[in-house]
Design a protein around this ligand. Structure first.
Ligand code: C5P
Length: 403
């Protein structure tokens, strides 16, 4: 279940070209199960009509502070109390200045003053306006008042400038909104996650590897941080950015990953192995680039088995709560269960990689959670949404097992 399920979110829209993205924001919040009401400033209505947002949100759009008809429906104080979260996106430089001064000269600024919920703003403006010291001072003041500042992003702007000032993408805003409702399920727990592929050197320029993107491990790291964990990623080579507030150690080979994992094994509460570790490595990695042999059409590379990182962590003294992943093409539950027992794990997250569009190198995943007592299926979800669900599943079982 998404952490936005049944949440009441008030979306405030101020005047800026990014206002057109707010329509998508409303939709995506609703997709996650939130109920959304929209408040627009006068300037916002120059960019997008209330009718569009009314149709999308399924609720009347609120625009006026002193409107007897609107007040008869849901008055501004009632509206301020209604929301579990108030997001102003886009937040213009002018609105940010009014917020910093505590003005209540229109409906949205009044709601910000009267709210009981968390307030988050997504600044969007020309990069020079954003860089201006007045705006920067206003933003620092808002931050001190515990108002979350989401963004801005850096990039090309509608006016042709390039720099910081773009509104964050809708996906990022939805993720941040969801994170507001995260539970603290793993508060203070130390979690180590292996992620990505390993590279097994043949010579200084060649290696054997696989197509693992690392997305599942990185999404889990982010979800663990959102749940309050102190999280460390041990990562093979990936193209992914380190999730905020997460430590990351980069490794290349299975042996390096093994050494990094073993050095943490007694120092963490939960160990999650998502890495696609190469099962074998070349016996010898040549010191110099191997030359083509003119007299041979074949080449034989002798391989030796890599250590099983997860199994070694799970059988170490004072082993943490160990979670493995299993990518299978048939008899998923049977093979997952045998891994659970053979490697001495607490849980295995298994998926059927013969299915199109899930698992390895894709954005979605559909899994079976297997433990010593039962197994339960989780429907197809984005890796980000799945990671949050898995954190719930992991923390439930971890708490049961913890002394
Ligand atoms: O045995 P198999 O490779 O299918 O097991 C998959 C699980 O074991 C994954 O969690 C993977 O990260 C972990 N593993 C490991 N070290 C290996 C092989 C797999 O940690 N050498």
């Amino acid at each position: 279940m998404s952490s936005l399920q049944n949440k009441q979110i008030l979306v405030g829209i101020t005047g800026g070209i990014a206002a057109y993205k707010s329509a998508e924001l409303v939709r995506r919040l609703q997709d996650q199960g939130a109920e959304v009401r929209v408040v627009m400033t006068k300037a916002a209505m120059e960019f997008i009509t209330p009718l569009t947002l009314q149709a999308l949100s399924g609720n009347p759009v609120h625009t006026e502070l002193l409107d007897p008809e609107a007040e008869a429906g849901m008055g501004h104080i009632e509206l301020a109390r209604w929301g579990d979260l108030l997001i102003v996106a886009p937040a213009s430089a002018d609105f940010i200045a009014r917020l910093a001064q505590g003005q209540g000269n229109d409906l949205l600024s009044t709601l910000c003053l009267a709210r009981r919920s968390k307030l988050a703003i997504a600044p969007a403006m020309n990069q020079a306006m954003y860089a201006n010291s007045s705006t920067q001072d206003n933003l620092s003041l808002l931050e001190q008042r515990d108002i979350a500042i989401w963004g801005p992003a850096v990039g090309s702007q509608a006016c042709g400038d390039v720099g910081p000032g773009r509104m964050l993408e809708v996906d990022e805003l939805v993720d941040k909104a969801a994170a507001q409702f995260q539970s603290g399920l793993l508060a203070g727990k130390r979690v180590v996650i292996t992620a990505g592929p390993t590279r097994e050197a043949i010579d200084p320029v060649r290696y054997i590897s696989n197509h693992s993107s690392g997305k599942m491990g990185y999404a889990l790291a982010q979800a663990c941080v959102e749940a309050g964990a102190i999280c460390e990623l041990i990562s093979g080579p990936t193209q992914l950015a380190t999730p905020p507030h997460c430590q990351r150690q980069d490794v290349e080979s299975a042996l390096e990953m093994h050494a990094a994992a073993m050095s943490r094994s007694n120092d963490c509460d939960i160990f999650i192995a998502t890495a696609a570790v190469a099962d074998f490595r070349p016996v010898h990695s040549a010191d110099q680039k191997i030359k083509k042999q003119a007299d041979s059409d074949t080449m034989i590379i002798e391989m030796v088995k890599n250590p099983d990182i997860l199994a070694d962590v799970a059988s170490s003294e004072h082993a943490p709560f160990c979670v493995g992943f299993a990518a299978e093409t048939q008899d998923v539950e049977h093979y997952a269960r045998s891994k659970l027992e053979k490697k001495n794990l607490a849980m295995v997250i298994a998926n059927d990689v013969s299915q199109q569009g899930i698992g390895f190198n894709s954005d979605d995943n559909q899994v079976l959670v297997v433990d010593h007592e039962s197994s339960s299926a989780i429907e197809k979800l984005s890796k980000t949404a799945l990671a949050r669900r898995l954190v719930e599943e992991i923390s439930k079982r971890y708490n049961k097992s913890a002394p």
